[in-house]
Structure formats: structure tokens, C-alpha cells
Ligand binder design. Sequence first.
Ligand SMILES: Cc1cc2nc3c(=O)[nH]c(=O)nc-3n(C[C@H](O)[C@H](O)[C@H](O)COP(=O)(O)O)c2cc1C
Length: 181
Amino acid sequence: MDFLKLVELRQSDRKFIDKDIEEEKLARCLETARLAPSASNSQPWTFIVINDKNLKDEVAYSTYGPLKSFNKFVPQSNIIIAIVQEKKKILTEIGGRIKDKDYALMDIGIAAEHICLAAAEEGIGSCMLGWFDEKKVKQLLKVPENKNIPLLIALGYTPDDYKHRKKTRKQTTKVIKYNSY
Ligand SMILES: Cc1cc2nc3c(=O)[nH]c(=O)nc-3n(C[C@H](O)[C@H](O)[C@H](O)COP(=O)(O)O)c2cc1C
């Protein structure tokens, strides 16, 4: 698929049907995450695939927000991927401190988008989830206390009549500049 088309196609999907994601399709999505670039090739991540229904539902409930409908769609997802932030290479850690940049979070964001784009190409819907009870999710997934889970990704098939939205984005001239701010 044309890459720009794929980028336009990917959207945050918030309605899923009860249909399993095929193993080989999921494997291809995960492979795009494994191959993602990272600062100093640190690969500061572990991707936990939550495909046990009860566990997935528990994790899904942990994403509910204070607003009435926020993240209430998440239990409909077929699979949730939790991205655990791992230690960076020592050089990346030092470089990040000197430059005041969190390279690991950038790396994880890139890997997450790889997964979502790959899912879109496979015809699978996705939604990144930054709002969840991290402590609870760590307990549920037996992640050591000293590690963080910056992001979850909900995956699933959307209904046939699910709408593809036009992107709401800032204007090109507002966000893209040439040669000076
Ligand atoms: C880091 C991050 C965290 C997000 N967290 C949530 C979330 O908790 N719940 C949700 O419904 N959408 C979440 N989103 C989706 C955004 O709301 C969405 O990407 C944005 O509105 C643009 O819409 P689009 O993805 O459909 O193009 C998150 C997106 C990102 C990148």
C-alpha cells in the first residue's frame, strides 16, 4: 500500500467486534516493532501480548478514565499489547541526561506507531492508550516495580460499517517551516 495512504488509513479505533486476530498477522505487526529504530540501537522495550481474555479484560478496565465514556471501548479489543520500558544502553542513558532527552520514550513511540501502521495494513484496528492505572497493569502482568509501562495498544477488528474519519490536524503552514522557526 502507498505509505501516505496507510498513514491516512490508520486511526484510533474505538469500536471492535468479537473476532480473533490471526496469529500470523499479529506476528507481522510485532516484527515491525522489533525492527523499529532506537537511540544507539538500545531497543529499550518488551512487548507483552495480552491475549488471555480474562487478563485482557482486567487490563482494559484499568484504562477507564474519570470521564463517563473515556476508554470504555477497550474491553471490546481482542488483544492488548503493553510496552514495558527497559534499560537503555549506558551510553544512551548518559547522552540522554546530558541532552535532557528521554530517548527511550521516543523509541517506544516509534515502535508503537510501527505496530499501529502494520495493523492498519493488515486490516486490523488499533488504538494507543496512554491513560491507564499503570500500577495495576504492572501487578496484573507481573512487571517488576522498578520498570514503567508508558503505553498500551488495543487491537481488534472494527465493524464493517465503522467510519473512517478524516484527520483533524493543524494546518501544514502552522507545523512545517523551512529554514527558520
Ligand atoms: C501517546 C498516546 C496516547 C493516547 N492515549 C489514548 C487513550 O488513552 N485513549 C484514547 O481513546 N485515545 C488515545 N490516544 C489516541 C489519540 O487521541 C489520537 O491518536 C488522536 O486524537 C489523533 O487521532 P487518530 O489517531 O484517529 O488519527 C492516544 C494517542 C497517543 C499517541
